[in-house]
Structure formats: structure tokens, C-alpha cells
Design a protein around this ligand. Structure first.
Ligand code: ZN
Length: 311
């Protein structure tokens, strides 16, 4: 399948999720058929992690999920311990997730919880001291705030969520941050703020996980999106957000195909190869390709991930 695209080399998937071992075999097998030879695997079960390490000693860079329940309570000591032993356990980086709906999953999250609360500072300091990169997800698509998160008292506002992360970035110029989903800012009106972040914080990288979010938003102004990718070509990592628990060939193919159309081609108005729940009642999601040069595609799909995590 890779020979139909402009870039034909190996792919580093900087954002995938691994659960049980039976599913991991499938993830690796389907990934390989799509050219994905190496991946960051965000670990969801201990058993899956141990088995994956044994079966795939190469090809998976493991990310450890830090305990959100503890973070929510500003209970930092267990987190610091987790970070300190993470490399010995075989992990290379850490992961946290603060999608606004984490308040649905952790009812104990205090109402005024903030990521930039000084009580959490020792966590970021430990990442810095131990030289552990972190994938940290904050905010969500604008579309979610307009639909699922209308209760802003409970969920908060997107600009504020981004600001909280920015305050952390200001304090920690030596921690490597991978901010997924284009820093949660692929919406065209947000690209200027994302540019500002990348200009201000050389330790920040973004990934392209969530094919439908990237395709939907970046297709809306191909000139601006392409200019952005050209300018920050060393800072963007390809990612699928594929989860081993829900891996089917159709799902995986669709996600990769959508991004290959977006990055590799110049086609116009191509329907997303799967349903986008955010636009299914308003006409659907269509992709306009950015037709990136091969030199940039090579960085996006391979060289950036390899440089940051494999050397
Ligand atoms: Zn993810």
C-alpha cells in the first residue's frame, strides 16, 4: 500500500495505544502492512506491556501512563516514584491525558483543578531531572467544546486549558513535550497561537494523531496549513492514535489513508475514508491534500520521531 504514496519509506507512528497482547500482534501486523515499522506505544495494561516487550524488543517505544487519579488529588509522591523508575522498567517516556472529559471519569477531580498548579511542579521537575519526555494531552477539538462540553462550569474553556499548559511550558524549557493532536490546535484560527508556542518553546513537538481532526481542520485552508508544515517541518511527528483494543484492518487503514491523502497528495474534496461523528449531520468531512515535498514527508513520517526517540 505504501507504493501508491509519494513517500515510500518506513513510518514511525508517534502515537498509538497498546493494551492486551493478542491485540498488539494485530496492531503490529497491520501496521507493518502500512509501512509502520516503529511506534510509540502508550501502555494500558501491565500484562500487555510485559508481553509486548518480550515479543517486540525493537519497534515499540513504550510510554508509561501516569496515574491521573493521583494527579487529580495533587498526590505527587507516587507520580514522582513512577517517573523515577520508568526507564529501569523499560519505558522511554511518560504520558498524561487531560481531555476535559476526564472529569467524567474521575469524579474526585477538584472543581478548580489546574495543570499549572504549583503543587504539581515537582512532577515536571522530576521529568526534567530524569530526562524523561512526556506526551501530554490537554483540551480537545473546538467541535467538542461546542457539543459535549457546553457545561463550561464543569469542563472549563479551551483557551484556558491551553493557557494552563503554556504556563507549564514556560517553567520547564528542558522537558521534552510531545503535545498530541497538533497541540490540540489544528483549527485554522488557532495555528498562529501554535506557531507562537513552537517559536517560543524549542523543546515542544506536536503529533498528528486523530486523522479525522487533522483532516477536517487542516483541509479548510491548505495554504495556511501547508505554510505551517513547511515552517515547522522538524517539529511535527506522524501519529495515528490507533488503539490495539479497537484495531481492525478497516479502522487502521482508514486512519493512515486519511493522513496520507492530506500530507502526500494534492487531491481536493476527497471524502474522509470513514465517518467523522463531528460532521456526519452537517455534510461530512472532506480532505484537501497539502502536497508536501518529499523532504518534509520524510521528516514527518520518519526522521523526526527517529531523531527524538531512537538516538
Ligand atoms: Zn491517544
Amino acid at each position: 500500500m505504501t507504493d501508491t504514496w509519494k513517500y515510500k519509506g518506513p513510518i514511525f507512528d508517534a502515537h498509538s495505544h497498546i493494551g492486551n497482547i493478542e491485540d498488539i500482534d494485530k496492531l503490529v501486523e497491520i501496521g507493518n502492512s502500512l509501512g509502520i515499522t516503529t511506534r510509540i506505544g502508550i501502555v494500558h495494561t501491565k500484562e500487555g506491556f510485559e508481553a509486548a516487550r518480550e515479543h517486540y524488543p525493537e519497534g515499540i517505544v513504550f510510554a508509561k501512563y501516569l496515574s491521573l487519579g493521583d494527579i487529580a488529588q495533587y498526590n505527587i509522591q507516587p507520580i514522582i516514584d513512577e517517573i523515577s523508575k520508568l526507564k529501569d522498567e523499560g519505558y522511554s517516556l511518560a504520558k498524561t491525558w487531560f481531555g476535559p472529559r476526564w472529569r467524567d471519569y474521575y469524579e474526585s477531580v477538584p472543581g478548580g483543578f489546574r495543570l499549572d498548579d504549583v503543587r504539581l511542579e515537582p512532577i515536571f521537575q522530576t521529568l526534567e531531572d530524569e530526562d524523561v519526555p512526556i506526551i501530554t494531552h490537554v483540551a480537545d477539538p473546538d467541535t467538542y467544546y461546542a457539543s459535549h462540553y457546553q457545561d463550561s462550569k464543569k469542563y472549563g474553556f479551551k483557551d484556558d486549558h491551553l493557557k494552563q499548559l503554556e504556563n507549564v511550558l514556560v517553567r520547564h524549557p528542558r522537558v521534552k513535550f510531545q503535545i498530541p493532536h497538533f497541540g490540540s490546535q489544528p483549527e485554522i484560527h488557532r495555528l498562529s497561537n501554535l506557531s507562537r508556542w513552537l517559536d517560543t518553546f524549542p523543546n515542544v513537538y506536536i503529533d498528528t494523531a486523530s486523522s479525522r481532526w487533522m483532516a477536517r481542520e487542516l483541509s479548510k485552508d491548505t495554504k495556511k496549513s501547508r505554510d505551517f508544515m513547511m515552517r515547522y517541518q522538524d517539529r511535527v511527528l506522524f501519529g495515528t492514535d490507533v488503539s490495539s483494543n479497537e484495531t481492525s484492518r478497516i479502522n487502521y487503514n482508514g486512519r493512515v489513508k486519511a493522513q496520507r491523502i492530506l500530507w502526500d497528495t494534492d487531491v481536493k474534496n476527497t471524502p474522509l475514508p470513514f465517518t467523522d461523528p463531528d460532521t456526519k449531520d452537517s455534510g461530512g468531512t472532506f480532505i484537501n491534500g497539502l502536497d508536501l515535498p518529499l523532504t518534509v514527508l520524510r521528516k514527518l513520517y520518519w526522521a523526526n520521531g527517529n531523531r527524538i526517540y531512537m538516538t
